[in-house]
Design a protein. Structure first.
Length: 410
């Protein structure tokens, strides 16, 4: 809805919903409400979001997002919807500098620290890039201030936020021990930064989330780098029982390429890759997964991964990640659209694990009507880690998960 005749001011409403039907080969010892479950089959709502945004004046922009994530048969009923974003910013120097505040996701250290979920190339976001998700933030958002803008071809974002206290996290961080975990002391401010040099077409910086695939509509080549720092965010104990606090420091560098191959046919390629150096303190490791279909482990036969589809997603150490997809010709399936096959892999050397953590995804997007109506089939293959008698945590098996997603978005 335009607010002025010249279309310079407007209000816009967007919506996205993603529904999953899934079969998961469970981690060893998995239980659902105490019953052993070697596999699970379920249907869930991975995301449902409403976004209201608008250029209220030539210099004032607002963005509000409300919704729910990961609603499954194990979820509490009639609960869980919340505000993801509530921000307003003012263009001090148009295009070059906008200052804003609120509950925001202007995050570092990498491109997909905040993803545009309606345009994902792969089934889901790279979870390891959402580095503090729901530990000291609200779905990767914090209350704070930010600056953003473009200086020629350099796109930048800087943010300072007040982390939420970890006592309200769900699930709660691990208790204080020899391995580093998030501190329950009053939090220091967290600083984020991410820079992109955009060699070709310029991407919009109206919202904080970054696009996964343009489906051939743009020719984009970016090199980015970023950081996250929070003083005394982590703590652990020493062999003598002393408590040591230390900073959280995260660094990343990545490359994104998205361009038509044959504009007349509608073919296009999307590719992304990066290197990530994470320092959460000695021994920090987080098992995570998307919409876990189980809620317990029989300890006598359980793996280090935990229940359901969990795996060691992020921790202190080094990560390499890549994803790539190819958009097949427009109208390949006639009036039923076209296909976009893709693959992704995460290779992580986390300090606490004796073996690399290698996660792979293979899938295809069936673009019935672009991202507005889309079916995605995805197979994920994850490692299973087991704690050995000598203390080593080694990879001992692999498990799989099959997901069929339907997305509607406008």
């Amino acid at each position: 809805m335009y607010l002025t005749a010249d279309s310079a001011t407007f209000l816009k409403l967007n919506f996205v919903a993603q529904v999953w039907a899934r079969y998961n080969d469970s981690n060893p010892g998995t239980t659902v409400n105490g019953e052993l479950a070697s596999s699970t089959t379920d249907v869930g709502i991975r995301r449902a979001r409403l976004v209201l945004s608008g250029q209220l004046t030539p210099r004032v922009y607002m963005f509000v997002q409300f919704g729910q994530n990961s609603f499954s048969y194990l979820s509490p009923r009639k609960a869980g919807a919340f505000f993801h974003d509530i921000t307003v910013d003012y263009a001090v120097v148009k295009k070059a500098l906008s200052l804003g505040a609120g509950l925001n996701g202007w995050n570092g250290p990498s491109r997909y620290a905040n993803s545009s979920v309606s345009s994902l190339l792969t089934l889901d976001t790279p979870l390891f890039q959402e580095t503090t998700n729901d530990v000291n933030d609200q779905q990767v958002r914090k209350l704070g201030v930010y600056a953003k803008g473009k200086l020629g071809k350099l796109d930048y974002r800087l943010a300072i936020g007040k982390p939420f206290v970890t006592q309200t996290a769900s699930p709660a961080p691990d208790p204080l021990g020899r391995n580093s975990t998030f501190s329950t002391l009053n939090p220091h401010a967290e600083t984020h930064g991410y820079l992109m040099y955009q060699f070709l077409d310029q991407e919009s910086d109206a919202a904080a989330s970054n696009v996964g695939s343009y489906l051939g509509r743009k020719r984009v080549f970016n090199i980015g780098a970023g950081f996250v720092h929070q003083g005394n965010a982590m703590w652990h104990t020493t062999a003598t029982g002393d408590t040591i606090s230390q900073a959280l420091n995260l660094l990343a560098a990545d490359v994104f390429y998205d361009a038509p191959v044959n504009a007349a046919k509608g073919t296009a390629v999307t590719a992304y890759g990066g290197y990530y150096h994470y320092d959460f303190g000695p021994g920090y490791l987080k098992n995570a997964s998307a919409m876990n279909p189980a809620n317990g482990v029989k300890s006598s036969v359980g793996s280090f991964n935990g229940p359901g589809n969990s795996y060691p997603s992020l921790g202190t150490g080094h990560v390499l990640y890549a994803q790539a997809g190819y958009l097949l010709p427009r109208g390949l399936l006639g009036s039923y659209g076209t296909l976009q096959p893709y693959a992704s892999t995460q290779y992580a050397r986390y300090d606490r694990l004796a073996d690399p953590m290698v996660l792979t995804n293979l899938g295809v997007n069936w673009l019935l009507y672009g991202n507005t109506s889309k079916l995605t089939f995805n197979y994920q293959n994850r490692p299973v880690f087991t704690a050995q008698h000598n203390g080593d945590i080694t990879a001992t098996d692999r498990k799989g998960e099959y997901v069929l997603q339907y997305q509607v978005a406008f």
